[in-house]
Structures are given as structure tokens and as C-alpha cells.
Design a binder for this molecule. Structure first.
Ligand SMILES: [Zn+2]
Length: 265
């Protein structure tokens, strides 16, 4: 779809008001929605409507796609791009949703084996993102993560971070950065933090970032993104440089949001 056509359809879409039942789902099911200010909530609601209108949701293994499924996934995917320029997910056409953990066909290659930017996640597959392909998500994991940000895991943030990372054609843990200065900082800090995570993981030490981030730079960016939106205050406190480069990239100061993190230590 061309951008001008997309802009026209988006304008039309906004002539009706945001469905009340969808707002109820956001309040009840998407923890982070409640920490946004009014302006941010309004912007997020616009992005949710665009996402739902433009992407094809497909239920797999008998799952029936409901408004709740669409709104929760669209909200979390859109939260990532709240501060970014429009059309970040332009190339994404479909979101495939399974009811529970799936085993994917073996023909799909892993990103770190040098395959074409395909990223299966964790031994039990909860999600997957592909370059020029669909995003695959497991609904029971999505629903659980959306309600429990204090755990620091969120499969939607994770997979959509991969989509942002792959916009430039490479799943290398570096998304499109807005300036040469930020790029230099990003490379310096993320390299340092990635090796630190690898070292601590190898030594069996406790890490704030999920140790899964140590397997590849792309996974590092994805798990850092999960933490940035789920446990930002703790991240800012313990890994301030990493927090700051993520805040500069996402153009959001998640740790400054009110009550964001009241249930976690
Ligand atoms: Zn991943």
C-alpha cells in the first residue's frame, strides 16, 4: 500500500471514535496503558486503530481471533513505536496467533546460524519474527505477560523489537538510529553490555537482563526492550547507560512514568 493511500485511509478511520469496549480492554489487560498521560493514550489509541485496520490477524490451531487478542497485541506493538516516526511496521502484513506454545517446522533457520534473519525464541516457542514475513505469537503467553509487567518478560515487545531491528534488512541488534552520535553511543554501550551479559551468564551469575539476550545481539536488543518497557526504573538504576540509549532510540522515558513499577522490587 502506498503511503498517500495509507494516510487517506487512516484519516477516514479517525472520523469515528475509539470503541469504548477496546478502551476497557486496554485498562484491564494492558498494564502500561494506565501509566501513559492523556496525550500519549490518545496517540496510542490512534496507532492501535491503524494497526488493527492494516494488519491481518490470523488464528491458528483453532484459535478464534477476538477483539481482546487484537487490541492487546496492537497496543503493545504500538507502544514500542509511540515516539518513533510513522509507518515503522509498514512491511508487516500478518500476525499469526496460536492458543499455546507451538513447535515450528524445522526448515526455518535460526538467525544466529547465518540464516535469513529468522528468529525463533526460546526452546518452547512463544513467538517468532521474520524479515518480510508474519509475526507469530502464542496467546496464553501474550495474555500473561500483558498482565504481569513486573516479571520483565513480554513476548510482544520482544518480537516487535525484532521487527524494528530488521527494518534495515539485518537482525543485528541495531535498529535505525536517528543520529550518528546516537549510533556511536549505541555501539559502544550495547557492545559492552552484551559482553557483560555473556560473561555473567557463563559464570552463572544473576543478571537483570534475561540471559537469553546473551545468545545473539538481536536477542540482546529484544530482551533489553522487554525490560525497558516492563521494569524501566530498575533498568535505569542498574544499567543506566543501556537505559539511556534505549530511551534515546525509542524517544520515550518509560522510567519517568507514574506508578510504572509499583509491584516489582
Ligand atoms: Zn528473539
Amino acid at each position: 500500500m502506498f503511503d498517500w493511500w495509507r494516510k487517506r485511509s487512516r484519516k477516514k478511520l479517525l472520523q469515528t471514535s475509539f470503541p469504548k469496549s477496546w478502551r476497557g480492554i486496554l485498562v484491564e489487560r494492558v498494564a502500561h496503558y494506565n501509566y501513559l498521560n492523556g496525550e500519549e493514550q490518545g496517540h496510542l489509541e490512534e496507532l492501535i486503530r491503524f494497526f488493527i485496520a492494516e494488519k491481518n490477524f490470523e488464528g491458528c490451531s483453532g484459535l478464534e481471533i477476538t477483539d481482546e487478542i487484537k487490541v492487546v497485541i496492537a497496543a503493545e506493538a504500538s507502544l514500542l513505536v509511540l515516539g518513533l516516526p510513522a509507518f515503522q511496521y509498514k512491511r508487516l502484513q500478518s500476525v499469526l496467533v496460536y492458543p499455546t506454545t507451538v513447535v515450528l517446522p524445522e526448515t526455518r533457520q535460526r538467525v544466529f546460524s547465518g540464516g535469513p534473519s529468522i528468529v525463533p525464541d526460546r526452546q518452547a516457542i512463544l513467538g517468532q519474527a521474520m524479515l518480510n514475513g508474519p509475526v507469530i505469537l502464542v496467546w496464553d503467553a501474550v495474555a500473561r505477560d500483558a498482565r504481569h509487567p513486573e516479571r520483565g518478560h513480554n513476548v510482544v515487545y520482544h518480537e516487535f523489537a525484532h521487527i524494528l531491528d530488521m527494518r534495515d534488512g539485518a537482525a543485528d541488534g541495531t535498529p535505525e538510529l536517528h543520529s550518528a552520535k546516537l549510533f556511536r553511543e549505541w555501539v559502544e554501550i550495547c557492545t559492552k553490555e552484551f559482553f557483560r551479559l555473556q560473561e555473567r551468564t557463563a559464570e552463572g551469575k544473576r543478571t537483570l537482563l534475561d540471559s537469553y539476550g546473551a545468545v545473539h545481539e538481536a536477542e540482546f536488543f529484544a530482551v533489553a526492550t522487554e525490560l525497558f518497557f516492563d521494569r524501566p526504573r530498575q533498568m535505569r538504576k542498574e544499567r543506566p547507560e543501556l537505559y539511556n540509549v534505549l530511551a534515546s532510540y525509542y524517544m520515550q522515558d518509560t522510567a519517568a512514568r507514574k506508578d510504572l513499577h509499583k509491584n516489582s522490587s
